[in-house]
Design a protein around this ligand. Structure first.
Ligand code: MG
Length: 462
């Protein structure tokens, strides 16, 4: 994990998150608002996803901002990337009340910088310092900030996403959209309709109890989507997480497309259009390297976290290196021509465009990708950092990549071992072209962990 990640006490890779009524409450969020308003003078946009606690927390956040003398503009319920798009260049900062893919009892806050990206580690640490030391610059009565409501600003985003494609791109395509009762219900069906698609929806009522499926769009919750795709003879089905920065797909046969393969499909088509670099965290499947390489493109690896991907993309572009796209192997993809954050609606629109232009069924496109076998495992241990340090020592002769934890790169396989930032465990990912090789490498790492653990900790190895 990045150096800033270690120094942050409250904010993780994706903002602050917690269970409502326990570690996430209006008092904490009010202090976040007051700290943000004390650091940034001007207009701050506030949005939220559909969670039941959203109105209470967004109100507290706005109260904190206004008390410190900054103005708030309440955008209401909208996807995180829509808020990011609206903030860029127009607001001094933004704040999104969301817990993304977490279960309904969670909520949180993500701070957005004036360029539309998630606020960087350095400033987040400053914000935390203020918050913990109660260093707020509260305004006197005649300088308290004002509140305005602008739920229609989302229109800019509704126009921007289809604007990247030729008009009528989606004509003739039937698409089923499952926003999972989350914020994407406000935007994605409308965006795809504007692109010319025939759109069916399910779970498209804004509902913070998430009655029909969890906010995480995992394969198990998407059976109704798969059924509806088949029943309506749709070209594809898509689902978002709770704040619609991520998109996953099912093909016309109702089969779930694993997210690294989704990334590969889109990267393959974009790399055919331009030469450059694809940016991805070290946890990403090697399939991206393979499809990028076919078109003479390469992959640049970052620490795990979409903010690190986005910042690297911006740095590369600033230094004159062409960047094709960025993304994580979880359906969160970033398009530099649009904005430097994960964008679920643009990912949906890209896939529609890909299908429309190729004229090939999605199942056929997905099946044409190379096969990789990935295994993920968590090992509980009292001292995760000690364990990772021991593994780095143990595999030193192979010169592992230390961008984030340890990534061991071999000819036909690789492994990533990282300490969790929030739980007492290490996460292991191994991948190979051949299933048995992935299993063998995992076994080798388990053996190494047994050797390192000694008496200091007691890792629970499955
Ligand atoms: Mg999300």
């Amino acid at each position: 994990m990045g150096e800033g990640e270690i120094r942050k006490r409250l904010f993780g890779t994706n903002g602050v998150r917690g269970i409502v009524g326990q570690d996430m409450n209006p008092e904490l969020v009010l202090r976040i608002g007051a700290a943000l308003g004390s650091m940034r003078r001007g207009r701050i946009a506030v949005g939220r996803d559909t969670r039941t606690s959203g109105a209470a927390l967004a109100s507290a956040l706005q109260a904190g901002v206004m008390a410190s003398g900054s103005d708030v503009v309440d955008l209401g319920i909208l996807p995180t990337p829509a808020l990011q798009y609206i903030v860029r260049g127009r607001f001094i900062a933004g704040a999104m009340v969301t817990a993304s893919h977490n279960p309904p009892e969670y909520n949180g806050v993500k701070i957005i910088d004036t360029d539309g990206t998630e606020m960087g580690d350095r400033e987040v640490i400053q914000l935390e310092d203020r918050l913990f030391s109660h260093q707020f610059e509260l305004a006197p009565w005649n300088r308290v900030g004002r509140q305005t409501f602008a739920p229609n600003l989302v229109e800019e985003y509704l126009a921007a996403v289809p604007g990247h494609f030729a008009s009528g791109t989606g004509e003739g395509l039937t698409v089923v959209v499952d926003p999972g009762s989350g914020a994407g219900a406000r935007t994605t069906p409308e965006i795809l309709t504007r692109m010319g698609c025939r759109v069916h929806t399910l779970n498209a009522t804004l509902d913070g109890t998430f009655p029909n499926r969890a906010p995480e769009p995992s394969a198990e919750g998407l059976e109704p989507l798969a059924q509806m795709v088949k029943a309506t003879h749709a070209a594809l089905g898509l689902a978002h997480d709770g704040d619609a920065d991520r998109t996953v797909f099912v093909d016309e046969k109702g089969r779930y497309i694993e997210e690294n393969r989704e990334f590969a499909l889109i990267a393959r088509s974009m790399c055919r259009e331009m030469k450059g670099v694809v940016v991805a965290p070290v946890s990403t499947s090697r399939i991206i390297e393979e499809v990028a390489g076919e078109s003479g493109c390469s992959v640049d690896y970052t620490a795990v976290g979409s903010i690190y991907v986005a910042r690297r993309m911006m740095d590369l572009i600033a230094g004159g290196t062409p960047v094709v796209m960025g993304g994580e192997g979880n359906g969160g993809l970033i398009y530099p021509g649009h904005q430097f954050c994960r964008d679920g609606a643009l990912t949906a629109a890209k896939m529609v465009s890909l299908l429309a232009l190729s004229g090939t069924p999605l199942s056929e496109m997905a099946d044409s990708l190379p096969r990789y076998h990935m295994i993920k495992e968590k090992i509980r241990t009292g001292d995760a950092r000690h364990l990772v340090a021991g593994l780095i020592e143990r595999f030193r002769s192979e010169k592992p990549d230390l961008t984030d934890g340890m990534r061991l790169n071999r000819d036909d396989s690789w492994a990533l071992i990282r300490a969790s930032g929030t739980e007492p465990l290490v996460r292991i990912t191994v991948e190979s072209r051949r299933e048995n090789e992935a299993g063998d490498l995992l076994g080798e790492i388990r053996d190494a962990i047994r050797g390192i653990a000694g008496s200091r900790s007691d890792p629970e190895i499955p």
